[in-house]
Design a protein around this ligand. Sequence first.
Ligand SMILES: NC(=O)c1ccc[n+]([C@@H]2O[C@H](COP(=O)([O-])OP(=O)(O)OC[C@H]3O[C@@H](n4cnc5c(N)ncnc54)[C@H](O)[C@@H]3O)[C@@H](O)[C@H]2O)c1
Length: 254
Amino acid sequence: MSSDLPDTVIVTGAASGIGLAIARHLVGSSVTVAGIDVDADGLARACDALGPPFHPFAGDLCDPAAAERLVAAAWDACGPISGLVNAAGIYPVTPLFDMAVAEWDAVLNLNLRAPFLMVQALGRRMADAGIGGSIVNIGSSASTLARPGIAHYGASKAGFSQLTRNLAIELAPLSIRVNAVAPGLIGTERVMAHAEGAGQAEHAAKVARIPLGRAGRPEELVDLVAYLLSQRASYVTGSILFVDGGLTLGIPNY
Ligand SMILES: NC(=O)c1ccc[n+]([C@@H]2O[C@H](COP(=O)([O-])OP(=O)(O)OC[C@H]3O[C@@H](n4cnc5c(N)ncnc54)[C@H](O)[C@@H]3O)[C@@H](O)[C@H]2O)c1
C-alpha cells in the first residue's frame, strides 16, 4: 500500500483508454482498483493484464440504478473506498439537425448524470465511514472549446466542470475533495483508430491547433490524477486542470 494514495480506488471506464491507463498506474502504485465498465470482455482483459489488485464490476452506468448497485458491490468486495475516478464517457460526433434525443440522453446520462450518481453512492459511504476521500473527474477541453457536432458532449463536459465545483464545496466539510482533469486530444486506442481511418483529416486539423503540436498519451495524465487522489493534494479541491498541450489557450498560428 502506498503511503499517500487511497488504499482502494473506484475507476469507471476502466476497460480501455484513459480509465485503463489510470487503473494500470494505480495498480502499479500498490492501490487496489475496483474497475467499473459496461464492456465485460474489456474488464476481463484488464483483469488478466493487471492481476489481483484489479477487481472488475461490469455494468451500464446509463442505468440510473447501476451506480448504487456497483458501488455497493465494490465496497463489499474491496472494503472502505476513499478514491473515485469518473472516467467513463462517450464522445459521438453528430451534426445538430441529425442529433436524436436518444443520443443526447445517452451522452448526458453517461457523462454527467452517472458521475453525479457515483458520487452520491460512494460519497454517502465515505461520509458514514468518516474516512474522507478524493474524487477526480475526467472532463474535457470541450467544456470550454466549442466546435460543430458535439452540442451534447460540450454541454455534458461544461456541466461536469460546474458539477465538480458544486460537489467540491458541498463535500468539503466531510473532507472529501473533488477535482477535475480536463484532457485535450489524447491518443487512446479509440481516438487513434478514428484518426487512422475515416477521421484522418479531422485529426490532422485538430493536431494543427495544438500549441505543443501533437496529441497527448494517456500516460501523460496519470501522474496528475494520482497526485489529486493522494494526500499530497490535501489542500486542492474544486480545481479543473487542463492537460491539453495548450489547446485551450487560443489559436496557435495564422
Ligand atoms: N481521448 C480523448 O481525446 C479525450 C479527450 C478529452 C476527454 N476525454 C474523456 O476521457 C474519458 C475516457 O475517454 P477515452 O478516450 O479513454 O475513451 P474510451 O472509449 O477508450 O474509454 C471509455 C470507457 O467507458 C466505457 N463506457 C462506455 N459507455 C459506458 C456505460 N454506459 N457504462 C459504463 N462504462 C461505459 C467504455 O466501455 C470504455 O471502456 C471520457 O470521459 C472522455 O470524454 C477523452
